[in-house]
Ligand binder design. Structure first.
Ligand code: SF4
Ligand code: SF4
Length: 117
């Protein structure tokens, strides 16, 4: 396991899970991810990227929601778990993410080149 994948696994495990409004994808949109995260996602064509961006959407959002849920990037997982990225529908975990873990995630964002998903 590479150092990058170890960090991703460490951070993923520390982001609290919670139940969303069924079928909701209001917080999906253009997001960025690290190379390690991108390598786990299926490739999308330039046309698919452009079409998603035109609608301020994500190329992995399908009719039934996120098509890459198990491998969705950290930023998607973070949404709703911190007041900085509060769910517009009032959903949240019982206990929000620990501030020092949130800080580690932002440090990972800063330290790693991210590209548009
Ligand atoms: S976090 Fe909120 S906005 Fe995002 S999918 Fe869940 S319920 Fe919808
Ligand atoms: S990767 Fe999935 S959860 Fe993240 S923005 Fe795209 S569709 Fe939404």
């Amino acid at each position: 396991m590479t150092p990058n994948s170890q960090i991703i696994r460490f951070l993923r495990r520390r982001i609290p899970a919670f139940e969303c409004v069924p079928g909701c994808h209001d917080c999906c949109g253009p997001v960025t991810a690290s190379g390690e995260e991108m390598a786990r996602l299926p490739l999308k064509s330039d046309a698919e990227h452009a079409a998603a961006l035109d609608e301020l959407s994500c190329p992995h959002l399908g009719d039934t929601g996120c098509q890459v849920y198990e491998e969705r990037p950290l930023i998607c997982r973070l949404f709703g778990t911190t007041p900085r990225l509060a769910c517009p529908n009032g959903k949240r975990p019982g206990t929000l993410i620990e501030p020092h873990i949130e800080q580690q995630i932002y440090q990972y964002f800063k330290a790693t080149r991210h590209v548009l998903v």
